[in-house]
Design a protein around this ligand. Structure first.
Ligand SMILES: Nc1nc2c(ncn2[C@@H]2O[C@H](COP(=O)(O)OP(=O)(O)OP(=O)(O)O)[C@@H](O)[C@H]2O)c(=O)[nH]1
Ligand SMILES: [Mg+2]
Length: 320
């Protein structure tokens, strides 16, 4: 592992390895000096990551490795050069990324907010991943996102090879793309990332054979076929992302008033009445005695307790 630590260039990876090395290091008088050295290295790496400190001449790209989350969820568009990532961002949000009919158009990440029904979802457009290019900060961006959207170019002759390269590249960075994430990897150095497949430029695949290849490569993954000139497919993309985020929208209503549909509470699937109240205020959740609920499959206005599990679209009226 020590050799791995020395070879690693990505500061976040390096930090993780350093912390691990420190954890397994025998702690006694004889290793005092080593322990101190390792601790110093860890703190230096932490500073470097936080402050984006420049190491003499070394190429550091910590500026882009974190995008603060906004809205109900954050999805990151990842794919080979020229597959249409920036076009998707441009079509689905108000962002104005550079789009070009040549590879490597995008040089830095860009974000935009996509509206799906009553929620806003954040999209991140990224520079492409290929044998010629991998920006180190991508690992951090992907790890922080709630969802990876792997964009496939149905018109590219090397579609499968290009995607295979990306999957392997991320694996090398200890990120494993998964159709669903229900458990943590056995090896703590790895991270599972929930991923959906965007089969983009659908009109380049008239007989559907390329989509079939994609589905065979990514069994069990949610897949959505898209084209920027097909509005229905853009809606399907939004819904696909929303569904994959595993979140519920819960609306609140003051007693005697209509529900507020503009600003839903966002909860993980399985969230309860108490969780919903907590998002408003901790004290409020404590004071709350019960809630009334309106929604599918419920008696309208039914009284429910704090531990009641909510569904998407439920309307709550809190009673203190
Ligand atoms: N046929 C077709 N072409 C598309 C579609 N979406 C984008 N394109 C074209 O694909 C090319 C690349 O688009 P970009 O959005 O720049 O692709 P990108 O993945 O951001 O490319 P890089 O930034 O280089 O990685 C452009 O010529 C777009 O017009 C689509 O749905 N169908
Ligand atoms: Mg681009």
């Amino acid at each position: 592992m020590e050799r791995e630590f020395k070879a690693e260039r990505d500061p976040r990876e390096k930090l993780r390895l350093a912390e691990e090395l420190y954890a397994i290091m025998p702690k006694h008088k004889g290793t005092d000096k080593l322990q101190a050295e390792m601790k110093a290295k860890i703190s230096k790496l932490q500073k470097q990551i936080e402050g984006g400190e420049k190491k003499h001449g070394a190429r550091q790209a910590t500026v882009y490795d974190y995008v603060e989350k906004e809205g109900a969820g954050q999805a990151i568009l990842v794919g080979p050069p020229n597959c249409g990532k920036s076009s998707l961002l441009e079509t689905l949000t108000h962002a104005k990324p550079l789009v070009g009919d040549y590879p490597y158009t995008t040089r830095e990440p860009m974000t935009g907010m996509m509206t799906f029904e009553t929620v806003q979802i954040q999209l991140i457009d990224t520079p492409p991943i290929s044998p010629e290019s991998y920006e180190n900060y991508l690992s951090g961006l992907i790890l922080n996102a709630d969802l990876v959207v792997l964009v496939a170019d149905l018109g590219a002759a090397r579609m499968i090879e290009d995607l295979k390269f990306i999957v392997e590249k991320l694996e090398e960075r200890r990120i494993l793309l998964k159709p669903e994430v229900i458990e943590r990897p056995d090896d703590p150095r790895y991270a599972y990332k929930k991923t959906i497949i965007c089969a983009h430029k659908e009109y380049e695949d008239e007989d559907g054979s390329r989509r079939a290849k994609l589905a065979a490569m990514f069994p069990g993954y949610r897949m959505v076929a898209t084209s920027i000139i097909d509005d229905d497919s853009m809606e399907a993309f939004k819904k696909g992302v929303f569904d994959a985020l595993n979140i519920n929208r819960v609306y609140t209503k003051p007693v005697g008033h209509d529900p507020d549909y503009k600003d839903p509470i966002i909860l993980k699937i399985g969230g309860t009445v108490e969780d919903a109240a907590m998002t408003l205020h901790k004290d409020f959740a404590q004071k709350m005695k019960y809630a009334k609920i309106w929604g599918e499959g419920k008696f309208q206005g039914q009284r429910v307790q704090k531990d009641f599990v909510l569904s998407d679209g439920d309307i709550l009226e809190f009673h203190v």
